[in-house]
Design a protein around this ligand. Structure first.
Ligand SMILES: [Zn+2]
Length: 157
């Protein structure tokens, strides 16, 4: 990113808040070169790189996150609106950290945090894919970490 006035590349962030659409963040920036101020609207696709398990990087794709969540929530009580809502919360949380990169593991952990509160089956399905459980013991541990009230649901997953 460059200053629109002098092309300097260092800034101070004076204010940042979520834009109307939760997928963008609005930042007031002050150029450290010419001290002029301007506003940027950043989307997660533009600002954060995802570090994959193999160590390679890729752009953040909201659609990938949504489709992963949707797959986990199929035949569960979580609606597609709720899936979008979870994705938006994850994106907000990631952007609030103001980091340049995040690992797929960290995104997975955030997704699990939200799914866990909504639907046990969806949570376990997602956890299976994201954590790629090494063995059944790890899967059982994940199941046992769920609120016992919901454990009868876990048995069906
Ligand atoms: Zn400047």
């Amino acid at each position: 990113m460059k200053c629109p006035y002098c092309s300097h590349e260092e800034f101070k962030v004076t204010d940042s808040r979520n834009a109307l659409d939760a997928n963008a963040i609005r930042r007031r920036r002050e150029c450290l070169g010419c001290s002029r101020r301007f506003t940027t609207f950043e989307t997660i696709e533009l600002t954060i790189q995802v570090r994959k398990r193999d160590g390679l990087y890729e752009d953040f794709h909201e659609e990938k996150l949504v489709s992963g969540l949707q797959a986990a929530c199929r035949h569960s009580k979580v609606s597609s609106d709720q899936v979008r809502n979870i994705a938006a919360k994850i994106i907000c949380e990631v952007m609030d950290q103001q980091v340049r990169e995040i690992s797929t593991k960290e995104i997975g952990e955030l997704a699990m945090k939200y799914l866990k509160t909504m639907d046990t089956i969806a949570y376990i399905r997602f956890a299976c894919v994201y954590r790629r459980f090494k063995d059944i013991g790890e899967l059982m541990e994940a199941i046992q970490s769920i609120d016992p009230v919901d454990s009868h649901l876990a048995a069906k997953a």
